[in-house]
Structure formats: structure tokens, C-alpha cells
Write a protein that binds this ligand. Structure first.
Ligand code: AMP
Length: 545
């Protein structure tokens, strides 16, 4: 085995990571927000205590803590034998299957840095991560939702010499490539990284260009996980259903599989959140907790199937990622007989939850308070002055779970962070007298499609590539189920052939853009409405829709 021996080691230096100022880092450590633990350790503590307890279930697969950690140590050994080292980036592009959990922990075991790539992402996004993060390995399934990801893996390996290894699993997980890794002698479980090392790269929908990478360290991410556990009522008896993509913050750390596995609970993975796929799982596994986005809540509320299954084990439903209407919120407790826990957070760091026992009114209308005592919040007017409590303003934040900059994105960082390190969230919030936040709007040019974030500019750039298109403007328009959906206004060139929604969607799909970013609606126009200073008025376009 060619790993560096254990012992004191220097923090990892990863070019393109924006560090925390020394004094603030020292404060976060002395206050106990940051500890010296690395991401893999809480799971291994649970496994030492409860080796025979079920850790994870997906379809017919059920793994105990002992089996799960055993597989992680074999995969870690296999990756290490391939030459994956501490600090190396590994794009983990998997759907909701246990292998996602296994590969990310295997990376942490050897100090490598998994990139949490949503399964919906396609060539455009994945290639961007490989290029910018200089990933040395790519893990995926051969097919997903009709896409040939084995072909993508081969294409990327050919195009990017930095990408030395592609590991392609069967569509539902498993397969020869995994068996080869599992054939390795397991590594002994040891701490092979320093807690201040970058632990993972998560993705931001962003507002411009391509998705930005969010570098979390072991310290920042574990602090968020640890704070979430009591606030979400997670314990050894928790049986958690993961029904949104497993790489999303909500599935990973809020409280996520990381929270549940840290305390010895059980995680059940569902392929999606539709009632016909999750209600039988709630009944069969006696699910107690789940974290979902508002469209899933609406689908559950509106499904007649809820009478056919026994959902009585479900104690709390955590909802975030996008605005839950007060009307839907009001229906949750009476119709599903669960405690509604609203949350508002961002992959960049800050997370807010309502406590489970918050008063009725706040449970319906507020999205929580910061989970860390170290979180600093500013709510500012357009001129940058703090607004009084109760007045809406722009939310800025910094703290022990919030990054100081996107990975390798200096221009974006100059826009998104203040000089003293506050992240401009782009959200308009108001804070009540007890500090509870309500999200009342957004100043960033971003579409929130049922929790999936879409940067209009990215979609516009792709549409502009179509030879028949002269100009394009993409906006979010109201949608009853998703909150917002993607609408494209397009001006065609003279003599353009037939262009309609199907043509543009087909074109963008072929260019390798994730399906959730494709326009849901298209309108051909001859001009765009303008603002007083002659810019395209997206406000008017949204209003027209
Ligand atoms: P993500 O990084 O994908 O989790 O997206 C974070 C963004 O989602 C936030 O900055 C908000 O714009 C939005 N968001 C998250 N939770 C909520 C919520 N409860 N209500 C309204 N918007 C939300």
C-alpha cells in the first residue's frame, strides 16, 4: 500500500481554495465549532458501536454498518491502488444508490475530494468539473435516464489527460468495475487528512456561466452536520428516507445521510420522491424522517395513494430548497400527520431551521434561525445599510459553515463576497423579533425550479448557439407545482426554419445540458421589452408570461 504513513501532517494546499482568515479560524476552533475530526470518522464510530445494525437500504440491497464500512475500506484501497491520493478530485456522478455513499466515504478515508455531481448533470456540466477541478477520477453508472454515461466517461477520458481513471458501474450500481475495487484488501481505518483540508466540492446553480464549485472542508461540513442532528431530532432510532438527489445538501448534511450515519440510524434511498415510489417505502421501513423540496410535499398532499399506505411512522418532514407556500404548509400536519420543519439553506454554507417545537404560526411562515452560534447575518437595504427587524433586505452571511469563495472562480468571488468575507446570498429575507427568517424574494438572476437552481445566462448561451436564433432571454415563470419553471423568449434570424420548443430542447439536450435546465416553454417574439436604460426587462417578460 502506497499511502503516506500516519502522523502529524501539514494541511493540504489546494490552489484555488479561498482560506479562512487565521483569527477567525482560531475562533471557530476555540469555540468548538470546528474540530479535528474528518468526514469519515463519525460513521466509523457508529460502526464500532453498532456493527450489525442496518445502515443503508436501497431496493433489495441492505447493508449493516459493518458491511458498509468494510466495503468503504475496500473501495478506498482500490482507489488508492489506482493512484488516487489525498487532495485528488474524484467526480462522483451517481444516482440514489448506496455506491454514492460508499464512494464519497472511500474518498474521505484516503483524503481525496469527491465532487458531488447530481445524476441529472450531463456532458456540459461534468466536463466543466473535470476541467476546472482537474479531476483524476470519474465515477458514474453506464446509463441514467436514457443517457449513455459510459460513452461520456470514455469521451472525457480521451479529451482530458488529467482524468486518469473512469469507473463505470451498472445502471443500478454494482458491476465489474466495482468488483475490481472491492477485491482489494481493505485499508485499515485511519485519519489520512487534516480537518482543515478541502473535503468535498458541492455545486451551486450559480447565476452566470457554468455551475460554481463550493469547497467545504471537513471542519465546515461536519459542523453543519453536528448542528443539524439535534435540531432535526435525529437519533439511533431514526429511519430516514432520501428522496431528493443524494448529493444535494439536504440529503447529505441537513441532516442528511451524514447526520443519520453519525448517530447510528438507518438511511433508506428512494430513486425519486413520487408517492408511488416512496409511500410503499415509508410503510415497509417505518420511515421516521425525510427532507424534501416543496413539489414533493405537494405531490404527497395531493396523492390519493396516501390513504392506501400506512404512513403513521413518519414523525417529521423537513422542507426546504425553495419556497413552500403558506397554503401548502398549512395542510402538512392535518393531512400527513407529521411535524413540518421548514428550513432555508444554501450549499455555500448557511443553514436555518425552525426547531421542531416552534410555535404553530412560525412553523407555517418562517424558514428558521441559523443553526450555528457562529453564523453572522446582515440584512441590508439597497444602499448597504442594515434594515430594522421586520423589514425585508438583502441577506449576507459569514460563519463557520460558509465558504469564503467558490473554487477557482476569482471573478465570481469578487461579485459574490464582500471584502470582509460575507457571502451575498442573493436572497431577500426578513427577520422577526426572535431572529426567525422568512424568505420573501430574491435579487439574484436565478430560477428555482422546484429546488433545482438554473442560471438563465447559462441556458441563454446555449440557445444562442442554435443557428436559427438571433437573441434569447430566459426567465423563471410561476408554476403551481414547481414554484417556477423555465421560459425562453427567442428572436429568430431572418429566414430561420421551423423552430419550436421541441427543436430547442432537442438541441440543448444534444449539447449535453442537464434536463432540468431545458426550457419548459418557448415563445418566439420579434423584440424584447426593455428597461429605461435599454437592457432586456426580465421583470416585464416574467409579467407577460
Ligand atoms: P442550494 O444551494 O441549491 O441549496 O440553493 C440555495 C438557495 O435556494 C437559497 O439561496 C435560496 O435562494 C433558495 N432556498 C433554499 N431554501 C429555501 C426556502 N425555504 N425558501 C425559499 N428559498 C429557498
Amino acid at each position: 500500500m502506497s499511502l503516506a504513513p500516519l502522523g502529524p501532517r501539514d494541511p493540504l494546499v489546494l490552489e484555488g481554495f479561498v482560506p479562512y482568515p487565521e483569527d477567525l479560524a482560531a475562533h471557530y476552533r476555540s469555540a468548538g465549532y470546528w474540530t479535528d475530526q474528518t468526514m469519515a470518522e463519525p460513521l466509523f464510530e457508529s460502526a464500532a458501536r453498532l456493527p450489525d445494525k442496518t445502515a443503508i437500504v436501497a431496493g433489495e440491497t441492505r447493508r449493516t454498518y459493518g458491511e458498509l464500512t468494510g466495503r468503504i475500506l475496500r473501495i478506498a484501497a482500490g482507489l488508492s491502488d489506482l493512484g488516487v491520493r489525498r487532495g485528488d478530485r474524484v467526480v462522483v456522478h451517481l444516482p440514489n444508490i448506496p455506491e454514492f455513499v460508499e464512494f464519497v466515504y472511500a474518498c474521505w478515508e484516503i483524503g481525496a475530494v469527491p465532487v458531488f455531481a447530481p445524476a441529472a448533470h450531463r456532458r456540459t456540466e461534468i466536463e466543466h468539473f473535470v476541467r476546472v477541478a482537474e479531476a483524476s477520477a470519474y465515477v458514474t453508472v453506464s446509463r441514467h435516464d436514457g443517457a449513455d454515461l459510459a460513452a461520456l466517461a470514455a469521451e472525457l477520458k480521451e479529451a482530458w489527460p488529467v482524468l486518469r481513471h473512469t469507473i463505470v458501474l451498472d445502471p443500478q450500481g454494482g458491476g465489474e468495475a466495482l468488483e475490481r475495487l472491492l477485491a482489494s484488501e481493505p485499508l485499515p481505518h485511519e485519519r489520512r487528512a487534516v480537518a482543515s483540508d478541502v473535503a468535498l466540492l458541492q455545486l451551486s446553480g450559480g447565476t452566470t456561466g457554468q455551475p460554481k464549485m463550493i469547497p467545504h472542508t471537513h471542519e465546515t461540513y461536519l459542523h453543519s452536520v453536528r448542528q443539524s442532528i439535534p435540531l432535526c431530532g435525529i437519533s439511533e432510532s431514526t429511519v430516514q428516507l432520501i428522496a431528493v438527489p443524494v448529493c444535494h445538501s439536504m440529503s447529505a448534511r441537513s441532516p442528511g445521510f451524514l447526520g443519520v450515519l453519525a448517530v447510528g440510524g438507518t438511511v433508506v434511498l428512494a430513486p425519486n420522491g413520487s408517492p408511488d415510489s416512496v409511500f410503499p417505502l415509508i410503510e415497509e421501513h417505518r420511515i421516521t424522517q425525510s427532507s424534501v423540496v416543496p413539489p414533493i410535499v405537494l405531490a404527497w398532499l395531493n396523492s390519493s395513494l396516501k390513504e392506501r399506505y400506512d404512513l403513521s411512522s413518519l414523525e417529521s418532514l423537513h422542507v426546504g430548497g425553495a419556497r413552500l407556500s403558506a397554503e401548502a404548509a398549512r395542510r402538512v400536519r392535518p393531512e400527513l400527520d407529521v411535524v413540518l420543519q421548514q428550513g432555508f439553506g444554501m450549499a455555500e454554507g448557511l443553514v436555518n431551521y425552525n426547531p421542531l417545537d416552534v410555535d404553530e404560526e412560525r412553523s407555517l411562515t418562517c424558514q428558521g434561525r441559523p443553526i450555528s452560534p457562529g453564523d453572522e447575518l446582515l440584512v441590508l437595504d439597497d444602499e448597504g445599510n442594515e434594515v430594522p427587524r421586520g423589514t425585508p433586505g438583502h441577506l449576507l452571511t459569514r460563519g463557520p459553515t460558509t465558504i469564503r469563495g467558490y473554487f477557482r472562480a476569482p471573478e465570481q468571488n469578487a461579485r459574490s463576497f464582500t471584502e470582509d468575507g460575507f457571502y451575498r446570498t442573493g436572497d431577500i429575507v426578513q427577520q422577526d423579533e426572535l431572529g426567525y427568517l422568512s424568505v420573501v424574494g430574491r435579487s439574484k438572476d436565478q430560477i428555482n425550479r422546484g429546488g433545482e437552481k438554473v442560471a438563465p445566462e447559462e441556458v441563454e448561451n446555449f440557445i444562442l448557439g442554435h443557428p436559427a436564433v438571433y437573441d434569447a432571454s430566459v426567465v423563471g415563470v410561476e408554476d403551481r407545482l414547481l414554484g417556477e419553471r423555465v421560459k425562453a423568449y427567442v428572436i429568430l434570424r431572418q429566414d430561420a426554419g421551423k423552430v419550436n420548443l421541441g427543436v430547442i430542447r432537442g438541441y440543448l439536450r444534444e449539447r449535453g445540458l442537464a434536463a432540468y435546465k431545458l426550457p419548459d416553454a418557448l415563445e418566439i417574439v420579434t423584440e424584447f421589452p426593455q428597461t429605461a436604460i435599454g437592457k432586456v426587462s426580465k421583470r416585464l417578460q416574467r409579467a407577460q408570461a
